[in-house]
Design a protein around this ligand. Sequence first.
Ligand code: NAP
Length: 672
Amino acid sequence: MKTLKLLNYAADQWVSGAGALEEVRSAVTGEVIAETGSVGLDYAAMLDHARKVGGPALRKLTFHERALMLKALANAIMAKKEELYELSYETGATRADSWIDIEGGAGTLFSFSSKGRRELPNGRVLIDGAMEPLSKNGTFVGQHVFTPLQGVAVHINAFNFPVWGMLEKLAPTLLAGVPAIVKPASQTGYLTEAAFRIMIEAGILPPGAIQLLVGIPGDLLDPLTCQDVVSFTGSAATAMKLQSHPVIGRESVRFVAERDSLNASILGPDAGPGTPEFDLFIKEVAREMTAKAGQKCTAIRRAMAPAEHLDAVQAALAERLAKVRIGDPREEGVQMGALASRAQLNAVRSAVMELSKSARIVAGDPDASPVPGDGAFISPILLRSDDPWDSAAVHDVEAFGPVSTIMPYRDLDDAIALANRGMGSLALSLFTFDKSVATDFVLGAGAYHGRMVLLDRTSAKESTGHGSPLPVLVHGGPGRAGGGEEMGGVRGVKHYMQRTALQGSPDVLSAVIGQWLPGAEKPTGAAHPFRKRISELDIGYTLKTESRTVTLEDIEHFAHFTGDTFYAHMDEEAAKANPIFDGRVAHGYLILSFAAGLFVDPAPGPVLANYGLENLRFLTPLYPGDSMRVELTVKSKSVRNEEMGEVRWAVMVFNQKDELAATYDLLTMNQP
Ligand code: NAP
């Protein structure tokens, strides 16, 4: 293979690093496959370009426009995925490993794109929670909002997932409206560069939105400010070094750290040999040890079992691991490829040596080379610690390869205590068919683990497994794991935005957030709102209906018609005895139905369908003889595509004394 000369992408130009470049070798053959470096780049100019060009361009777009860009980026990656797979073999990854990296990365973009269009407004301000009333007459209220940070996200990634690692950080960043500088790990940066190039060549992003550094970023952190974010993934040692950079503390630069962790998997006390949970545990531990040759931050490093079952666990795991076919990841049938580099191989061997001071190797040989040649191959190594209570190393030393330590526990409390000895992890899995074990474990260990997978015979088949971070769930963990949190759907987007508490009149705040707030103006007009397309509907536009009386006959008719003859509607004595009512009352559902009868304009038109109610509350009962009227207000609107969009209406039902009988949000699909 021709040596690849990796380029940086700075201020919308591809540029080579100056001086001697660093050589990168294939994990499989040991041959030089790429040269990389970013010496000579003007980092301050790159930050400036992101701030002055990328940021303003992204912030001009709405969440939906940015979400559509993510989808287009994912499609561009998918269209050229075979090129990436081909290159990925050089990292030592099998096709199955690279599927997580490449298609998992594109899937993360797709997921954020879809969440962005479903859960974020088609605007530029993100509303956080409900309005807070702050004054007696309602003229002064509070509302939390998020707006995009006006700096740069510096993404520093680990070597193990060169594509996914970049995309899982870019997706929430770009959706938030923040430009990014991506710094991949040198060892596998050639794959990141290839995926980055696909995105640039697709021409989807505005200038300055993303830049790439394929070498050590030198003094990149020096000019950072409170508007920037450093999102780091890698070892605890590098994280600590970067986090203690004076600018981070001085300027309160947000620093998200995803570090290593000693993730645990626990065989429940009920899950002895012969149970489905035992077999599932063995399968999962072996799978996590060998997928990506164990180079997953979430891989199972500590496997815990009831003391009486530890021999059986050891025998079953050793048998399974012995069958794993190791070799050139391009070869058909190979299940485990190489570590990313010879340096990584040496690091794993020395970590195993450290671990073997307090645990013994019961399967695999760290010094053997299972594949001849200069590749970074190693067999899976299983260690056993019979005294995990006194060994600090088994809870502390991360061998970032196909290495796990099995250990016994005495009872559930002991298992919880041992699991927590990792002092913070990304992922924990528990195999039990006993709900009380699962409940106790979550209460005892939740605070130490970012994600917990509770597996049994009913969920295992469809489970996404112990080691897979998902775009819709948070990824990160406390303490040793770095204390960071990424993804988690819209939660991840907020890491790149500032929350601000706004205070003012409902009118002013409504205008700012693009959503009608209670107390804001409610203009009316001659046209029924159901006659207007989304583009013609103004926020706050209100229909005030006629009123109608609710009679006892209505209540009885509704009760018999629907079958809802609950005593509060049908039995005067029983209703009176109820502490809430003074006698028979109208059904809540009758009030909703009558409300629709009052506000609906029936002819075909821009309203396509009612698709739900939210935040429904019945506040004042309606008694026979009471009357009701409705105010229907356009609360917010959001166009989904050329055919339709969503209108959210604030519906208020009043009685004859102008007391609020019911309030809710009505959602309709309308023509744009
Ligand atoms: P690493 O050695 O800490 O490197 C991580 C990143 O930091 C690389 O891009 C590296 O660049 C960069 N870096 C190193 N020194 C730097 C400096 N002075 N200034 C700026 N950047 C610097 O970690 P790794 O070996 O790539 O990754 C393996 C580790 O990452 C494992 O411990 C694993 O558990 C952890 N990890 C954690 C997660 C998670 O989500 N929590 C995910 C994956 C991996 P160079 O490569 O150019 O040195």
